[in-house]
Design a protein around this ligand. Structure first.
Ligand code: ZN
Length: 245
């Protein structure tokens, strides 16, 4: 089983235009379709809970963390952000959605500002540019989003290790909308569609992409801690009964 935690800052969810699209909140919508995969054990966490919803008891039992956030990035405790980064380096998968591009753990893992430009209310055609990638399985050459927020370049992130989706907007902009990075032993996927007042997470192709992303990001194992550097004896030294200095 892949232990998935869907994390939401849970702030814009009370807005009328968001409730009209996601009456139960974004995290419940996302967790709802992820649960359709019987290999996923899905729980939810929100920022207003103790330790921002990510105490060790939750984080240390999470294989893949899905992160939706928008206006409350600064309210996430620095220590929590650091713990998320460290767990990714030890093997946990991290899926960062839409306006989560400015989330503290994502910025820590990227090492850049992660800024971009935006304009809501555009048409987006999301092109699959790496159809052989596991996250693109069953998606087709493109997905059309009648209404989505334009995110435009330059997206201040390191060059992705794998670029799976490229967004094109009717305003003329393009954007690296589906990016993969490997950080330590962990995998990170950033996915641009998913503005809170647009019905994006109701769309089957988007749900397929995110289910695929969780499966891709799931680790074989997660290290209990990052080993401290030390002098290691070679197998020959061990055979000869010698110690490393
Ligand atoms: Zn947005």
């Amino acid at each position: 089983m892949v232990r998935v935690t869907v994390w939401n800052e849970n702030m814009v969810d009370s807005y009328e235009d968001v409730r009209a699209v996601y009456p139960e909140g974004l995290h419940r919508q996302i967790a709802g379709f992820l649960k359709e995969n019987e290999d996923f054990e899905v729980r939810m966490a929100t920022m207003d809970e103790a330790e921002n919803g990510l105490p060790d008891s939750v984080l240390e039992n999470t294989d893949v963390l899905v992160w939706w956030a928008h206006i409350g990035h600064h309210l996430v405790d620095d220590g929590v952000a650091w713990r998320v980064q460290q767990r990714v380096l030890r093997g946990m998968g991290l899926i960062v959605l839409h306006s989560g591009h400015m989330a503290k753990p994502f910025q820590l893992l990227m090492g850049t500002s992660c800024t971009l430009c935006w304009r809501d209310g555009d048409f987006e055609r999301l092109w699959t540019v790496m159809p052989n990638h596991p996250i693109a399985k069953g998606v087709g050459p493109f997905v059309e989003l009648d209404v989505e927020e334009m995110y435009g370049e330059r997206f201040d992130v390191p060059q992705p290790d794998e670029l799976v989706f490229l967004g094109w907007f009717s305003g003329g902009e393009v954007f690296r909308s589906g990016c993969c990075w490997y950080r330590g032993l962990g995998k990170v996927f950033y996915f641009q569609p998913g503005h809170e007042s647009n019905p994006t997470y109701h769309l089957k192709p988007i749900q397929t992409i995110l289910k695929n992303a969780v499966a891709w990001a799931a680790p074989n194992s997660i290290l209990p801690q990052i080993d401290c550097p030390q002098a290691y004896p070679s197998p020959e030294m061990i055979r000869a009964g010698k110690k490393a200095e």
